[in-house]
Design a protein around this ligand. Sequence first.
Ligand code: PEP
Ligand code: MN
Length: 333
Amino acid sequence: MIVILKQNYPEARLSTLKDWLKTLNIDIQMNKGTACTVLGLIGDTTNVDEDMLRALDFVDNVQRVSEPFKKANRKFHPEDTVVEVGGAKFGGDNKTVLIAGPCSVESEEQICGIAESVKAAGAQMLRGGAFKPRTSPYDFQGLRAEGLELLLKAKRLTGLPIVTEIMDISQLDLFADVDLIQVGARNMQNFELLKVLGRGNKPVLLKRGLANTIRELLMSAEYIMSGGNSNVILCERGIRTFETVTRNTLDLSAIPAVKELSHLPIIVDPSHATGAARFVRTMTLAATAAGAHGLIIEVHNNPSAALCDGPQSITPPQFEEIAGQVRKLEAAL
Ligand code: PEP
Ligand code: MN
């Protein structure tokens, strides 16, 4: 349930109302926006008399929120949430944040070299997997702890904040200096992992599962937020359909749909969505036009020799060209 307050509500009476709601075991989330102030009531609100609340002279309106996601719901928080990661701002009217880097960290020269070139080409963040979720146990699994060390070296070298994937709660201590923790598509519904990340305050990049709905994505965000961590960035990375020409099907409509349902920022991964380097430019521009708050793009200095996801990786010069087109498109919009 949400209670929309009139402007200039009396603080003392509001606090009496909140105290009464707390006696009913209701958690209150207050959001003061520029246009209005909203009280989000979370918990069993069946005993809360809607008409009684509406009759209070400092209450403008009362609405029951039927969706099971509350903290991630735009009704609870009408204004866009901006998540800041080492200077990069995701959400609201901020410019599209460009994240670039290889699928996986392979060596010091590789990650540091790519980091320098994507920075020069306009990236604001560096990506790189250390723990890799691979379909086959015989494929490269990532450099793991060593990969994280190398990624941190690239961060120190370039000043770019980093995003990398966590696959298991047991790895969390290694992520202390990581700026943005990625929960990959395969772990979107690893609820125990989400709960642990929710108890911290590090920003989380939550990717949509291979076969999950937008509402399920928002419920996973709710797991993180219900623990107290509201620094959640969502990512559309394509979903499984009957199509086989592309690796996945990029659901661009998820961008306006998420923006309608939630206040959280949403970014797009055109690399995993298409699986093909030659489609990355088109889908990057399409995602920008559709209103994505950011893009995460796989860039490799030598895609044909990449240990993971070479076919969908673009080169640093290609990234530079695409980054320039994103900025032009934004300006035109
Ligand atoms: C990745 O970002 O390298 C990755 C494995 O992504 P996803 O979880 O979307 O497949
Ligand atoms: Mn990849």
